[in-house]
Design a binder for this molecule. Structure first.
Ligand code: AMP
Ligand code: ZN
Length: 112
């Protein structure tokens, strides 16, 4: 069976979609850690950043540019954070590459 984010990208599992195009989807995190917590996800199944290849570079770049656009649209562009958890020890729980967009509250540094 396809992974949960492949199912969301394919429209087989419902989510609160923020943005969608032919190569990516962005939707609200089901367990938000901030007032704005959106996941930007490529439709292509890439298990983690460790599995990304050089021909994914432009796609990954566009995911980040879209995250910035969404941050602007959500009016958190004065201060937001983009996070990619890579591997279990960094808290990755869904094995499909995704960028977390967090904003709308003060974000401490360094993260835990
Ligand atoms: P990570 O721990 O970096 O792999 O992030 C996975 C994120 O996906 C977590 O923040 C979860 O809350 C979120 N998540 C898991 N399942 C869903 C879902 N069905 N819809 C929206 N967000 C989800
Ligand atoms: Zn997937």
């Amino acid at each position: 069976m396809a992974c949960i984010f492949c199912q969301i990208a394919g429209g087989d599992v419902p989510s609160e979609i923020i943005y969608k195009d032919e190569e990516m989807v962005a939707f609200n995190d089901i367990n938000p850690e901030a007032p704005v917590h959106i996941l930007i996800v490529p439709k292509k199944h890439i298990s983690s950043l460790n599995e990304a290849e050089s021909n994914d570079a432009q796609l990954i770049g566009r995911l980040f540019l879209r995250a910035a656009k969404i941050a602007h649209d959500k009016r958190v562009d004065k201060g937001y954070r983009l996070v990619i958890n890579v591997g279990r020890e960094a808290g990755q729980t869904v094995d499909h590459l995704h960028i977390h967009l967090l904003g709308g509250r003060y974000l401490a540094w360094p993260p835990g």
